[in-house]
Design a protein around this ligand. Structure first.
Ligand code: 1PW
Length: 211
């Protein structure tokens, strides 16, 4: 992973994460998140508590992927099948499998919805739009429903420290503003597709509320 963030690379990793028969490769899904973490870190210390949790979740999934049962963790589909068939998921409350791949990935999946909403707002925003408002609106429409009060407060504080729209576009490192908007337009359907495939899979298996 290169040091400088590039929006283009995030999109490429999410693109690579879709297999021909529409399964999602965990390896690339995680790479996409790693890029986003480097982005969050470049936004300053306020984001470190947010990125820490994401880093921790990425690590859990990487451990599964490189572990002895790694072959079952190649795609989200194979992970769900394997963990369910082998009773490796705590379905109602956390007990013997508090950090299953399924519940860990679900947290990233919910955050991906936030990202999708936020990037869509950014794409259609006007020059005087505030990133902090777009960010928290997207958050309140998605991830906030899954977070307790204290986290919602802390996340809200972090959003206030976000740089303005111009800086944001520059940090994305994808050319001038028109190019960033075009790139977002091209890539949002992809992120949305990865999100929807995962959402349908989790819904079908009744996994959307995993503790
Ligand atoms: C500007 C770009 C930022 C994009 C990343 C957005 C990710 C937002 C993640 C918020 C995390 C807040 C702190 C941690 C909360 C955890 O309790 C929560 N994790 C997540 C990813 O929502 C739930 O995980 P848990 O406690 O059930 O293990």
């Amino acid at each position: 992973m290169a040091d400088t963030f590039s929006l283009q690379r995030v999109l490429e990793t999410f693109r690579s994460s879709l297999s021909e028969n529409k399964e999602v490769y965990i390896k690339y899904y995680i790479s996409g998140w790693k890029e986003l973490v480097s982005f969050m870190n470049s936004l300053g210390n306020v984001f470190s508590f947010i990125s820490k949790d994401v880093v921790c979740k990425i690590q859990i999934l990487e451990n599964f992927l490189s572990g002895e049962n790694g072959s079952h963790y190649v795609t989200i589909q194979s992970m769900v099948k394997y963990e369910l068939e082998n009773d490796l998921v705590d379905l109602t409350k956390r007990s013997s499998h508090p950090e299953s791949g399924c519940r860990t990935l679900l947290r990233l999946h919910r955050a991906l919805r936030w990202l999708e909403l936020f990037l869509e707002k950014l794409r259609t925003s006007s020059e005087d739009s505030k990133t902090s408002v777009m960010c928290s609106d997207a958050y309140n429409e998605s991830l906030a429903h899954h977070h307790p009060w204290l986290i919602r407060k802390a996340v809200g504080v972090a959003f206030c420290a976000l740089p303005g729209r111009n800086t944001f576009f520059d940090v994305m490192n994808a050319g001038d503003h028109t190019q960033v908007v075009a790139l977002l337009g091209e890539s949002l359907p992809l992120i949305s597709e990865v999100y929807q495939i995962t959402e349908d899979l989790y819904a079908k298996n009744n996994l959307l509320e995993l503790p």
